[in-house]
Design a protein around this ligand. Structure first.
Ligand code: KIV
Length: 274
């Protein structure tokens, strides 16, 4: 039975309805503890495949597996109550066919209980997006610089700085919106292009290194907290956690080495024989 005080999760249709409305606040999280901290401040928590680089020290997101995404998706669902949790589909789990995509997405929805999935690709993924949405899978699309294609793109540089490139990205944006995606991440594209995409399509754009003109923003949590060693140039740091962690670890190591580390006696004193 549900209680009246139960916190209800934000849904994909509610995010869709935010087009031209209150800006959508999104961040990544891969763990129950950070998800719990973000939950009351963000609308969307993305369990991004960036976890491969951020958590596992991989060079790219390409080696990330479906099992890794499901494991961390479950943790984030356990740690949060309110935000819409979106789980990224990793490279190789959805591109082969619409059927492969549905099978992988169904696993993610069933095993994590998340509210939506995200996949990379514009016009080339439109048919798959339509197939998924018609079968009950809410899809957040991802266009612009798509990190899973790093081996064909050659670099993580921003796209659309040359106006001659714009038609392709505008076509991608229209294709995913027409196919039924409830929102679209626009990554690392020149500001005027992001603005034009946002003005032209009927679904919310969520920018990362794109533009303040987007309908919302997303950042990788560890990047904005100052925990990541290498971050894209567009990332604004809202914290310097690496320094805090190093300071705390050094203080601990110093106490242990100087034998000043408090023993258990101050917590549960021994009863001495009288
Ligand atoms: O994997 C990820 O964290 C992402 C964001 C950068 C949008 O896709």
């Amino acid at each position: 039975m549900s209680s009246q005080n139960e916190i209800r999760r934000i849904t994909a249709p509610e995010i869709h309805a935010r087009k031209n409305g209150e800006p959508i606040v999104a961040l990544t999280s891969y763990h129950a503890h950070t998800a719990g901290l973000l939950d009351q401040y963000v609308d969307v928590i993305l369990v991004g495949d960036s976890l491969g680089m951020v958590m596992h020290g991989l060079e790219t997101t390409v080696p990330v597996t479906l099992d890794m995404m499901i494991l961390q998706g479950r943790a984030v669902m356990r740690g949060s109550k309110r935000a819409l949790v979106v789980v990224d589909m990793p490279f190789g789990s959805y591109e082969e066919s619409r059927e492969q995509a549905f099978r992988s997405c169904a696993r993610v929805l069933k095993e994590t209980h998340c509210g939506a999935i995200k996949l990379e690709g514009g016009a080339r993924m439109a048919e798959t997006i339509r197939f998924l949405v018609e079968r009950g899978v809410p899809v957040m699309a991802h266009i612009g610089m798509t990190p899973q294609s790093i081996n064909t793109l050659g670099s993580f540089r921003a796209r659309g700085r040359d106006e001659a490139e714009w038609d392709k990205f505008l076509a991608d944006a229209h294709a995913v919106a027409d196919a039924g995606a409830f929102s679209v991440v626009v990554e690392a594209v020149a500001e005027p292009l992001a603005k034009r995409i946002t003005e032209e399509i009927a679904i919310p754009t969520i920018g990362i290194g794109a533009s303040a003109a987007c309908d919302g923003q997303i950042l990788v949590l560890e990047d904005m907290l100052g925990l990541s060693q290498r971050v894209p140039k567009f990332v604004k740091r809202f914290g310097e956690l690496a320094g805090h962690i190093e300071g705390a670890v050094k203080a601990y190591a110093d106490e242990v080495r100087s034998r000043k580390f408090p023993g258990p006696e101050h917590v549960y004193p021994l009863k001495r024989k009288t």
